[in-house]
Write a protein of this length. Structure first.
Length: 243
């Protein structure tokens, strides 16, 4: 995800490929040169120009699980490997990267926008999810992430990888604000297995979010930075449920 259009594409022709009105507002798919962009309620959300930080979102979570040896034997035996919930299908970079890794046992991706799912299943974004939607380990959950997480009897995961906003300090919709506060972090903590990892994408570092993670009981809180052409690095906030 990003907060501004990449400067190198600033003079390329922009073509609107699809525009939908849904329960959460307007979502638009545009093509700028060779790249595709998703615009939500007039806010630039993400594009296909890069993808390094979206891939790091998945890799950092898996590396942390490997580092701590935290995946329980029962979880690995039942699913063939650790489970991951990806919050946001987007342009498909995170999902495709997860599906290319055979160590993941179950891969669930939550996407609330019908249009985005359609653009992958029968549109130009399918080239970026790279057939991951057909992987037998992958399940697309067509619902709102906050509603899914709040379910009292919800499944627990070894990793939660969230990329639904421009970061904890810049949400796409006002209703997402609560996800990054004390109540939301308590829900995320509960949805992780013991030793599980939370990874949150952001367009910029947030020391306040790091402190909120620690206050919510998460341990091993770190922030990974990915340099980008527009100046401020993208980051992945990483934390672990210790018990």
């Amino acid at each position: 995800m990003s907060t501004a259009l990449p400067e190198r594409d600033g003079h390329a022709a922009v073509v609107t490929l699809d525009r939908r009105e849904g329960p959460y507002g307007e979502v638009v798919l545009r093509q700028r040169g060779q790249d595709f962009e998703i615009i939500a309620n007039g806010c630039f959300l993400m594009d296909t120009a890069d993808g390094r930080s979206e891939r790091l979102l998945i890799q950092a979570a898996l590396d942390e699980l490997d580092r701590t040896g935290a995946v329980s034997a029962s979880a690995s035996a039942s699913a063939g490997g650790p489970s991951v919930l990806i919050g946001g299908l987007g342009v498909g970079f995170s999902l495709a990267y997860a599906a290319a890794e055979p160590r993941w046992g179950r891969i669930a991706v939550v996407e609330r926008e019908t249009a985005i799912i359609d653009w992958h299943r029968g549109g130009p974004l399918g080239a970026f999810s790279a057939g991951a939607l057909e992987d037998t380990r992958v399940e697309v959950l067509h619902t709102d992430l906050l509603e899914y997480l709040a379910a009292a009897d919800g499944e627990r995961y070894d990793a939660l990888c969230l990329d639904i906003d421009n970061g904890p300090d810049w949400t796409v919709t006002e209703s997402n604000d609560g996800l990054y506060g004390a109540d939301g972090l308590a829900v995320l903590w509960h949805r992780l297995r013991a030793g599980g990892v939370l990874a949150v994408w952001s367009a910029q570092p947030s020391s306040a979010f790091e402190e909120a993670l620690r206050a919510a009981g998460f341990s091993d809180v770190v922030t990974h930075e990915i340099p980008v052409s527009r100046g401020v690095p993208d980051v992945v906030h990483l934390a672990r449920r210790a018990g």
